[in-house]
Design a protein around this ligand. Structure first.
Ligand code: ATP
Ligand code: MG
Length: 240
């Protein structure tokens, strides 16, 4: 469902992503890890075209990402994204946050959008918060709203960029539980995270990035017990 081939990206003179290659099939769960500044966020932002690449190919759901604005919109509709800092609209209620894109982008009637939003808010276990504003919620609750909001667009793929790293420890589990449940439902997921417990239980493959390159890619068992590359070994020593 995602194919990246020989992809490069520069910020000005800075070569941030170097010859990335990745294939993600329907229903696969991929975890991306690596040191700060290695290009993880830039990489997943390229996949829903929050960033442009300059060389190589990115194909999402059979559409190649180019400069054509129309297909950028179509790709964004199919790809949900959850950020580290939630990025909810502070002046809208939880329910309104969830309904905004379905109503304006998908042209879903409001009643139907609200019903769908309530379904997903139930799934992330906060239907009782629907009429509050984001500022009235805990970090863990806000992140679960962000996940529900992305799911309301019925995406084919979900991208996560360190969804738990801004959360207090006691709230991490409630967000990971939602992500584990989502993985169990068969969603295709690409997650940047350093939650190695999540990687071990959920991921089909773990990708290690360093210096803008994919250094190593392996199923979690091999990745954690028998990393091949010295840079991966060093990284794992630091975080485990
Ligand atoms: P972290 O774990 O800290 O989130 P990361 O792996 O997600 O790091 P990126 O945010 O993708 O790393 O950044 C990769 C590199 O690109 C960094 O060196 C960063 O300084 C640089 N960079 C990121 N965004 C920009 C930008 N808009 N303009 C110029 N350089 C950028
Ligand atoms: Mg990042």
């Amino acid at each position: 469902i995602i194919r990246v081939e020989g992809m490069h990206k520069w910020y000005g003179d800075f070569h941030v992503l170097k010859d990335l290659n990745l294939t993600v099939r329907h229903g696969e769960r991929i975890v991306i890890c690596g040191p700060s500044g290695s290009g993880k966020s830039t990489f997943i932002r390229c996949i829903n075209r929050l960033e442009e690449h300059q060389q190589g190919k990115i194909i999402v759901d059979d559409v190649e990402l180019t400069d054509d604005v129309r297909q950028i919109d179509s790709v964004r509709r199919e790809v949900g994204m959850v950020f580290q800092h939630f990025n909810l609209f502070p002046h809208l209620t939880v329910l309104e946050n969830c309904c905004l894109s379905p109503i304006w982008v998908r042209k879903t009637p409001r009643k139907e959008a609200e019903a769908t939003a309530m379904e997903y808010l139930e799934r992330v276990k906060i239907p009782d918060q629907a009429n509050k504003f984001p500022g009235q919620l805990s970090g863990g609750q806000q992140q679960r709203v962000a996940i529900a909001r992305a799911l309301c667009m019925k995406p084919k793929i979900m991208l996560f960029d360190e969804p738990t790293s801004a959360l207090d420890p006691e709230m991490i589990k409630e967000v990971l539980d939602v992500m584990i449940e989502l993985a169990g439902s068969g969603m295709t997921m690409l997650c940047v995270t350093h939650e190695m417990g999540f990687a071990k239980t959920v991921a089909d493959r773990v990708i290690f990035m360093d210096g803008g390159e994919i250094v190593e890619e392996a199923p979690p068992h091999d990745f954690f017990t028998n990393p091949q590359e010295p840079r991966t070994q060093k990284f794992l020593k630091q975080i485990l």
